[in-house]
Write a protein that binds this ligand. Structure first.
Ligand code: ADP
Length: 904
């Protein structure tokens, strides 16, 4: 609008005041306007503009001076005629060259000025839209004059150039000689300045458009990389970002994050390019004590506790993550993990473009902790741009970009030393002075910050998507792993099942085999048990039998152990020794029995045959040793001692013994019997022999009477011998049962009478009266043997009774079980001493042998009687008083029904 107004004003002016140069003026404007419209490059426009304006004004120099932000300025376009003035192109002028009041007037009223050094006049013309050009002249400031003079200028014209309501620059004309410039020239320059303002606006717009295009291209390029592949080349993206931002380094820190509950946590990752700061040593020391995470850090910045809860501990990722990451040497944590880093960021003012972005242009001016600043500055990092990466409130990490120091070179048109008081005076020299500023910071422009913010959004989105992708990959991997493990487990289970089945089959077979074996063993055992039971029964039976045998045998049997202690004894042994069985058990035999030799001399223990049996296993048979009874008496024994062996070891001895007292007596009696028989036989035999000898010698032939007498004696002796032998034979036959009783029923009276009859002659001869009182009862007897008994007893009674006495035979019936008859043969003879009443029943026992023998007695009659009575289950005894007579009694049982049956 301003341009159009200016054009209108220009045409009005042309009509009124510039009739002569109308064509050239219009042409100039046309050319400039066309140039501006043709070109979008401001530098080119400025260059052509100064050339056209200088040509139009005909002055020595036209330049365009552009203000910097610090109010200093630089000549950005210049046109000089014929080197009449020195070139100031790209020369910088200090801010003080143009006083602040002047700059304010340039901006506020667009004040234009025309200075004529020679007249010391300055024409000032504030711009008033819609009004005529109004130039008011006054005396110029001497300093200004001196300034221009020092520059070699005698005439100047200055028109301010504004852009976007700010003082952009000045369009200046200089002339080395005095030259009058008026409203016309001022007006024209104003019109040109207006056009320049349009061009500048267009250029700014173009720059912005280009910048945006470039930024969008950068964003697209980086976004393409970020979103192209699942595997984000973060290192490459970081490097591209660093280049796009004209940084010399950068780093991308990815916070640790969880993948899933099984894979655990992805460790923090760091990608770097360019110089990198080392984490300050003091910070590492601070890690020894856990940081207070609840102090100034927002919750989102808190470092999530890791399973190992070790700060900064690096874990290998469960799967490939973002390509090659530069892991710091373990176990140093990354800078961004440290609480100091986060604390510092909270203190630092975020950039206006975002509360999560910090643009630190110059670390020397940052509020950063000094040790951190040193860490950056040490590696020539001067500026920082940090953006905290978030996606949907999820903190992902930090993107940091570094800028180093840069050098600035400026060409100054003279230098002002404010310490030099001469500088208070107008400058006298514009000698070119080249200023080189080294180690300058390179600030982050708003465009830079916006670009980074936009890129950060893409970073965050891509990283977040990648995290999701990574989690899915991890889940897939875990799932595949699970499936694989499950398959393997199933295979293992199948194999185990097969093995188990095989084992079960094998075990079943083994069990069946074991079972059959067990059954067989059980059957064997049952058989063995049955056999054992049978054996036990046999043993019990045998034991019982043995016990019965032991109990029933008449011989004493006892057992000894090797010490001579009695281990068992049978009742016969106890009885023979006069003890109870239990008294014998456990006693030392030798001492208890007082085992002695036949003559009564006690054995020493070691000499005892029984001891020898126990110690050398020999069997000993002794027939005349003596044992002692409980009552102290001793008796002769015959014994056999035999060893008891178990497994070829002598464990004791068994002794079988019997009391041989009776036998010894029998033997003694036999000896006596033989002696008596010999004696009894020898006497008559000797007599007979003598008689026969005399007869044989013929000597007796002369003595026939003597011879007769001797023959009678011999005959008598022969009868005696016959009786003796007959009696002896009877006794022996009775004794040994060789005289069978021909028992039968017989009448007692008959037997009594027959016997009396048989003895009647003898009685008569001796003058004895026989008396008989028979009873008629039936006996079960051998009548001949009963008669023999009667006759024997009657014979004795007659023999030992004086002549004229009576011998009676009586019988009494006794009622008993069984009934019996008591016979009595009573005489009135010599009687029998009391102590002989029993003895006379023994063989060859006679009260008065010579008397008896003279009576023809043998001493065997009563013995035979006793034998016969006993054979009939009867008893025989004698009652006698010496000198008064004797009564021999015997009983015989009556016949019983049984006896009758036996005869049938
Ligand atoms: P003997 O042939 O000697 O008679 P016995 O055995 O018959 O033998 O009798 C034995 C002894 O008993 C007789 O020698 C006698 O001393 C005595 N004796 C037997 N009977 C009588 C009797 N009636 N009176 C007295 N003494 C008798």
């Amino acid at each position: 609008m301003r341009s159009r107004q200016s054009s209108l004003k220009l045409s009005d002016y042309s009509a009124k005041a510039m009739l002569g140069n109308r064509n050239s003026f219009a042409l100039l404007l046309h050319r400039i306007t066309r140039r501006i419209r043709q070109s979008l490059e401001l530098e080119e426009i400025l260059a052509s503009t100064v050339a056209e304006v200088r040509s139009f004004l005909g002055t020595d120099r036209v330049k365009i001076y552009r203000f910097h932000g610090d109010c200093s300025g630089e000549v950005v376009a210049e046109a000089i005629r014929d080197q009449r003035l020195p070139s100031l192109l790209h020369h910088n002028f200090p801010a003080g060259d143009i006083p602040r009041e002047a700059r304010e007037l340039f901006l506020s009223v667009r004040q234009r000025s025309i200075v004529n050094v020679s007249t010391q006049q300055i024409g000032i013309s504030p711009f008033k839209p819609g009004s005529m050009m109004d130039i008011r002249f006054r005396k110029v400031d001497p300093c200004h004059v001196e300034y221009l003079t020092a520059m070699g200028v005698k005439s100047s014209l200055v028109v301010p150039i504004l852009a976007e309501e700010r003082l952009w620059g000045l369009l200046v004309s200089h002339h080395a000689t005095p030259r009058q410039l008026g409203e016309r020239e001022l007006h024209l320059v104003q019109l040109v300045a207006d056009q320049l303002e349009i061009a500048i606006a267009q250029s700014n717009l173009l720059s912005q458009t280009r910048l945006r295009a470039h930024q969008e291209q950068t964003i697209n390029q980086i976004a393409t990389l970020l979103h192209a592949a699942p595997q984000i080349p973060l290192q490459t993206v970081l490097e591209q970002t660093v280049i796009a931002l004209q940084a010399n380094g950068g780093r991308l820190y990815l916070h640790s994050h969880f993948s899933d509950h099984r894979s655990g946590q992805f460790p923090p990752q760091l990608f770097t390019t360019g110089p990198q700061p080392q984490i300050p040593a003091s910070w590492l020391q601070d890690l020894d004590t856990p940081p207070n995470r609840n102090s100034t850090n927002p919750p989102s910045l808190l470092i999530p506790p890791t399973p190992s809860s070790s700060f900064g501990e690096a874990h290998e990722p469960p799967s490939s993550s973002f390509g090659e990451a530069h892991e710091p040497p373990s176990p140093s944590p990354h800078l961004e993990q440290h609480p100091h880093w986060q604390t510092w960021l909270e203190m630092e003012e975020p950039a206006p473009v975002s509360s999560n972005l910090w643009a630190i242009a110059d670390l020397y001016r940052a509020v950063m902790p000094s040790d951190l600043a040193i860490a950056f500055l040490t590696v020539q990092i001067r500026g920082l741009l940090i953006v905290r990466l978030y996606y949907q409130q999820q903190f992902l990490g930090y993107l940091s970009l570094f800028r180093g120091e840069i050098d600035f070179e400026r060409i100054w048109a003279g230098r002002i030393d404010r310490n030099d008081p001469r500088q208070l005076r107008p400058r006298r020299s514009f000698e070119t002075w080249r200023e080189l500023k080294q180690g300058q910071s390179h600030p982050w422009s708003t465009a830079d910050q916006e670009l980074v913010r936009a890129l950060a959004d893409h970073f965050a989105m891509a990283i977040h998507q990648h995290l999701l992708y990574q989690q899915v990959c991890t889940l897939n991997s875990t799932l595949e792993q699970d499936i694989q493990q499950r398959k393997q487990a199933e295979q293992k289970i199948s194999a185990l099942n097969a093995e188990l089945e095989q084992r079960v089959l094998q075990r079943t077979a083994e069990l069946q085999q074991a079972n059959s074996e067990l059954s067989r063993q059980i059957a064997d055992r049952e058989r063995a048990l049955t056999k054992l039971q049978q054996t036990q029964a046999t043993l019990v039976r045998l034991g019982h039998q043995l016990e019965l045998i032991l109990n029933s045998v008449a011989e004493g049997i006892y057992g000894l152990d090797t010490q001579g202690i009695i281990t068992f004894a049978n009742p016969a042994a106890a009885k023979l020794l006069g003890y109870e069985v239990e008294h014998l058990i456990g006693q030392w035999m030798h001492q208890f029995f007082h085992h002695a030799k036949p003559d009564g001399t006690p054995y020493l223990a070691a000499e005892s045959p029984i001891y020898l049996t126990m110690h050398n296993g020999t069997t000993h048979h002794c027939s005349e040793d003596r044992f002692q009874r409980a009552d102290g008496t001793s008796f002769p024994v015959e014994y056999v001692s035999s060893p008891i062996r178990e497994a070829d070891q002598i464990v004791g001895a068994v002794v079988l013994f019997k009391d041989i007292t009776a036998r010894q007596q029998v033997e003694q009696m036999k000896d006596e019997f033989v002696s008596i028989v010999s004696h009894e036989l020898r006497t008559p035999l000797t007599s007979i022999r003598s008689t026969l000898g005399l007869l044989a010698s013929g000597w007796l032939n002369s003595y026939p009477e003597k011879s007769q007498r001797m023959l009678e004696i011999a005959f008598s002796n022969t009868n005696r011998l016959v009786r003796l032998i007959s009696d002896i034979l009877d006794i022996e036959r009775i004794k040994f049962g060789k005289m069978p009783m021909q028992k039968q029923t017989c009448n007692a009276a008959d037997l009594m009478l027959q016997s009396i009859d048989a003895m009647r002659a003898m009685a008569e001869k001796a003058g004895i009266q026989l008396s008989v009182a028979p009873i008629s009862v039936t006996l079960w007897a051998d009548p001949d043997r009963i008669i023999q008994t009667f006759t024997n007893l009657l014979n004795n009674a007659i023999k030992f009774s004086p002549s004229g006495s009576v011998v009676s035979l009586t019988a009494e019936l006794h009622q008993a079980e069984p009934d019996y008859v008591l016979f009595r043969i009573k005489d009135q003879g010599v009687g029998i001493p009391a102590d002989q009443l029993e003895a006379i029943f023994d063989r060859f026992q006679q009260v008065d042998a010579s008397n008896s023998r003279s009576q023809g007695g043998t001493g065997l009659g009563l013995t035979i009687c006793r034998g016969i009575v006993q054979q009939h289950q009867g008893q025989i005894w004698v009652e006698s008083k010496l000198g008064e007579g004797s009564t021999f009694c015997f009983t015989l049982p009556l016949v019983t029904p049984d006896h009758h049956d036996s005869t049938l």
